[in-house]
Ligand binder design. Structure first.
Ligand code: FAD
Ligand code: NDP
Length: 524
């Protein structure tokens, strides 16, 4: 059905006859163009952002025979770092982080090796350039692999920055400055997040790096200060220390906000025990460069009010991340953002505009993890194009903090369980254990600890499971599946352990906090 707006007039303002929705100027008035049955959008789906969520969503939609385009573009960090296709996880997140974490554990293993009879010695500090090159070579292979996969699956890819002209039209600006208007009947925003810098700390933007820069630093980091106390901060401080660089952490309030706080304090206790100093209750005041090119940090102890200075080779800001939604032209649409810039979802990843969706880090109330972005993206494509009705379940999502002693968790923290059900309705089982491999090198297991938070009822439904120790991610993954199947303490008790492992201590757990009995368990 043709609209009452004349085509001649419309064509003056839009250069693409396939537009089907939008606002146009007609005789000096803005008129909403409703529907032209003879116009068709160019794509069934356009995805803005080629990271974990965007790539998963676009590939799934293309597998369902839809015409799909994904665009990805990386704005350089304030220090000028850029990278290729694949988003945060591949380039400046999970992958380089886990490889550097592993490199630091390898150094630790070399330390232990002599106790096991190996005649090896290790350098004090890693050969940084060798490590960076190896990690970056692997990342380049992943960037390439993503391109190949998109081509194989018939997803069109544009290395372009996308922004909305109206609710159905995206402007794509290519690296060479060329522009293109693209229309789509469904649009997914998967633009992720970028590190935040403080606005009230002079010198921070000029002299501090962020996680966007650490994995490609040209020079070894040297003496490093990491500011922040969550995942990114603690993991980075952990691997830098393990690689041989003297590293301190500046903590404004508590570590690992949102996690079980007893577990979080064991994580930092362990880091302190292996020689990572923590500047508790401190905030940066200003950063300056001295004549030797070192960074002089003035910081304040918020408890005493005293200020201090110290000098570092590298300062890394890890004070959180902000959603990449400014510059997306969302003001040209009805997509609403919350006060932190996250996209508000009316229901199941749908924004406040019916055919515009958001997946991954950019979505309000989501969980900022790669597997979450991937699953949400895939499920969305199946709902849109395959009549499926499965929704992303944001509960019981397992995660691991890859600190020197890894912390894996799934479900509720002890505090959250108490808040939800009340102290009298919660039973907490716990155990300190010693991983067998720690015995010969005589490593301290003071922080190797397990906690299982249950409902205090007949079968004791498991609400939360927390594991601090080597390979925590590998240990917790299977228990997360069990929790989705309704794991109870009775089921844990009836499960046979694998001996000798650390994970078996979870199925052997039997001492409650309430009992006051010493929870230290011994092998065999
Ligand atoms: P991203 O992967 O960030 O992808 C968004 C893409 O969109 C980016 O390429 C961006 O440049 C692009 N983009 C932005 N704006 C535009 C635009 N206008 N036009 C075109 N393209 C645009 N998660 C885990 O599960 N495990 C871990 O171990 C882990 N470690 C991490 C370590 C670090 C240091 C960091 C920072 C994060 C880590 N995460 C980890 C989190 C994980 O990386 C993110 O949750 C995940 O990458 C989010 O995926 P996404 O698709 O939402 O966004
Ligand atoms: P978070 O938002 O989780 O933490 C930010 C940290 O910085 C907090 O400790 C906060 O302290 C502190 N902070 C904030 N502002 C300031 C300031 N002005 N001065 C000093 N300190 C400040 O951010 P992250 O970047 O660590 O992580 C983002 C997300 O990325 C995580 O939620 C996680 O989902 C994902 N991620 C996952 C990983 C994994 O799976 N292993 C690894 C890394 C990231 P305060 O508590 O006082 O506010």
């Amino acid at each position: 059905m043709a609209s009452s707006i004349c085509r001649m007039c419309l064509s003056k303002f839009v250069n693409n006859w396939q537009f089907s929705y939008g606002k146009v100027l007609h005789n000096s008035r803005t008129i909403k163009v409703r529907y032209f049955s003879d116009f068709k959008d160019q794509y069934d789906l356009v995805v803005i952002g080629g990271g974990s969520g965007g790539l998963a969503c676009s590939k799934q939609a293309a597998l369902l025979d839809k015409k799909v385009l994904v665009m990805d573009y990386v704005d350089p960090s304030p220090q000028g770092t850029k990278w290729g296709l694949g988003g945060t996880c591949v380039n400046v997140g999970c992958i380089p982080k886990k490889l550097m974490h592993h490199a630091s554990l390898v150094g630790d293993a070399v330390n232990d090796a002599s106790k096991y009879g190996w005649n090896v010695t290790r350098d004090k500090t890693v050969e940084w350039s060798v490590l960076v090159e190896a990690v970056q070579n692997y990342i380049k292979s992943l960037n390439w692999g993503h391109r190949v996969q998109l081509k194989d699956k018939n997803v069109e890819y544009l290395n372009a920055k996308g922004s909305f002209l109206d609710e159905n039209t995206i402007r794509a600006v290519m690296a060479n400055g060329k522009q293109k208007s693209i229309t789509a009947s469904n649009i997914v925003i998967a633009t992720g997040m970028r590190p935040r810098y403080p606005t009230d700390v002079p010198g921070a933007l000029e002299y501090a790096i962020s996680s966007d820069d650490i994995f490609t630093l040209k020079k070894p980091p040297g003496k490093t200060l990491v500011i922040g106390a969550s995942y990114v901060a603690l993991e980075s401080a952990g691997f830098l220390h393990g690689l041989g660089f003297p590293t301190s952490v500046m903590v404004r309030s508590i570590p690992l906000r949102g996690f079980d706080q007893q577990m979080a304090s064991f994580v930092t206790d362990h880091m302190e025990a292996i020689g990572i100093p923590f500047l508790w209750s401190c905030i940066p005041v200003c950063l300056e460069k001295n004549s030797n090119g070192k960074i002089v940090v003035t910081y304040k102890d918020t408890k005493t009010g005293f200020t201090f200075t110290d000098t570092y080779d590298t300062v890394m800001m890890a004070i959180g991340r902000s959603p990449s939604t400014s510059g997306l032209g969302l003001e040209n649409t009805g997509v609403d953002l919350n006060d932190k810039g996250y996209i508000i979802s009316t229901r199941n990843e749908r924004s406040t505009v019916k055919h515009i969706y958001a997946v991954g880090d950019v979505l309000e109330g989501g969980i900022e993890l790669t597997p979450v972005a991937i699953k949400a993206g895939r499920l969305l494509a199946r709902r849109l194009f395959d009549n499926k009705s499965d929704y992303m379940d944001y509960t019981k999502v397992p995660t691991t903090v890859f600190t020197p002693l890894e912390y894996g968790a799934v479900g509720l923290s002890e505090e959250a369980a108490i808040r939800r059900y009340g102290n009298d309705n919660i039973e907490v089982y716990h155990a300190f254990y010693k991983p067998l491999e720690y015995t010969i090198p005589e490593k301290s297991a003071d922080q190797c600890y397990i906690k299982v938070v249950c409902r205090r009822e007949e079968n004791e439904e498991v609400l939360g499971l927390h594991f601090l120790g080597p390979h925590a991610g590998e240990v917790v993954q299977g228990f997360a599946a069990a929790m989705r199947c309704g794991l109870t303490r009775s089921l844990l008790e009836s499960t046979v352990g694998i001996h000798p492992t650390s994970a078996e201590e979870i199925v052997r757990i039997h001492i409650t906090k309430r009992s006051g009995i010493d929870p230290t368990v011994t092998g065999c």
